[in-house]
Design a protein around this ligand. Structure first.
Ligand SMILES: Cc1cc2nc3c(=O)[nH]c(=O)nc-3n(C[C@H](O)[C@H](O)[C@H](O)COP(=O)(O)OP(=O)(O)OC[C@H]3O[C@@H](n4cnc5c(N)ncnc54)[C@H](O)[C@@H]3O)c2cc1C
Length: 379
């Protein structure tokens, strides 16, 4: 162990932390003690650290903002690696070493470790549009293509130009086009793998400063817009942040309803609606069966995981007085009320998944990434 720390510390442009559990680096506040956390300041340093760990066969975990991770408790045989830009906030002198924004062309380039919402705020501050609906999503820039983050009808896929990916097997870093990432609903071929690491991201903002066309009823009302209209990005950002705060979807260390990994389950897609309607009719009655929220998509029908969870009997805040509970503001977020262990989080998740499947015949899938990886059921 001392040798490992010495070797890592000897790499230029890294900071090695050995005294802090990963629970301090995840928004849900769980995660045990790693062998080390290594913060890197340049892509060359990140490459050197990853290559060293791979060469020594030491397990590693690329750690962004920890807002989509559920990490086991206890002593962990892993080194967590933070990428350049981590801990550098907008306004810090070093921010411009990691971020460039051209207000004329709308081109935005950022290193992976930069906080996503800082980048959104800077781009909007410089008069760009297109990113505003993604305001307030916690975590790092580098993780945004990993699960194709999205909110209010906009996904990172809509504004992504290119991604600098480091392949740990070939040891080459290369800018690649979004088409090569299989970006889909909360997924890409970068998720649930650790061979290809995002080192930087290039985005395109709208130089006219207007938002993406607005779609969501609540946003349309708040921005005084009709469906498909665009509004100044700063105005839309304010509305998005207000909406998200009301749902506990802006991470705030003082609001326990945000001590989560965001939505814990993805919205399920079913190829055929009829069996679902029959199960809902049987469990909840005709009235409810006629009002199932459904969104037609290319491969079937997208259902609301939150709706299914509530109809299966799990209300916001459930279970009352639990250490891990659903958020009191959002039935899709599992929260740590302060003392939850990782097992508490998974026990609640499993209970919900089993009950939803028993009641409606639909298997929910966790959205966050588990470390160490858990077996993922096929859909
Ligand atoms: C309150 C709250 C609200 C949220 N709202 C939304 C939302 O509206 N929409 C949405 O899509 N998500 C949402 N999320 C989920 C989360 O914020 C996003 O998935 C975010 O992109 C995760 O970024 P991160 O840096 O925290 O990733 P982490 O949690 O640190 O990592 C997640 C996974 O990505 C991997 N990873 C991280 N960085 C890289 C990289 N550079 N290259 C390769 N792999 C990497 C990690 O190894 C891990 O497997 C929310 C979460 C919270 C807590």
């Amino acid at each position: 162990m001392p040798e490992l720390i010495e070797d890592l510390t000897a790499i230029p442009n890294v900071l090695v932390i050995t005294s802090r559990p990963l629970s301090a680096f995840t928004t849900i506040g769980v995660g045990g003690m790693p062998r080390a956390i290594v913060r890197t300041n340049t892509n060359a340093a990140a490459k050197q650290v990853l290559d060293y760990l791979d060469h020594m066969d030491i397990p590693s975990l690329v750690l962004g903002g920890g807002s989509n991770l559920v990490i086991d408790d206890g002593d962990l045989d892993v080194v967590a690696v933070q990428l350049p830009g981590s801990g550098v906030r907008a306004g810090d002198a070093r921010y411009t070493d990691h971020v460039t924004i051209d207000p004329k062309s709308g081109a935005i380039t950022s290193d992976a470790g930069i906080t996503w919402d800082d980048l959104v705020q800077s781009a909007i501050g410089l008069g760009l549009g297109g990113l505003e609906c993604l305001s307030g999503i916690p975590g790092s820039v580098g993780a945004t293509p990993v699960q194709n983050v999205g909110a209010y009808g906009v996904e990172i896929a809509h504004i992504l130009n290119a991604v600098l990916v480091y392949d740990r097997q070939t040891k080459a870093a290369q800018w690649i086009e979004p088409e090569q990432l299989d970006l889909g609903y909360r997924t890409s071929n970068l998720k649930f793998q650790d061979r290809r690491i995002v080192f930087a991201v290039q985005l395109r903002g709208n130089p006219d400063g207007l938002s993406a066309p607005l779609r969501y009823t609540e946003l349309l009302r708040m921005c005084d817009a009709r469906e498909g209209e665009r509004r100044p990005s700063a105005k839309v950002r304010t509305a998005v942040l207000a909406q998200r705060r009301a749902k506990g979807m802006v991470y705030d260390p003082h609001d326990v309803d945000t001590a989560s990994a965001g939505s814990f389950f993805t919205n399920p897609v079913v190829p055929d609606l009829r069996p679902v309607i029959e199960r809902v009719r049987f469990a909840c009655g005709d009235d409810v069966a006629e009002r199932i929220p459904v969104h037609p998509v290319a491969n079937g029908y997208k259902l609301s995981a939150a709706w299914l969870i509530e109809r299966a009997g799990f209300k916001k805040g459930w279970p009352e007085n639990g250490v891990a509970t659903l958020s009191t503001k959002h039935s899709l977020a599992i929260t740590n009320r302060g003392r939850a262990t990782t097992n508490d989080v998974w026990n609640l998740a499993n209970q919900i998944m089993e009950e939803v499947e028993r009641t409606f015949g639909i298997r929910l899938h966790p959205e966050p990434v588990a470390y160490p990886p858990r077996p993922r059921p096929s859909s």
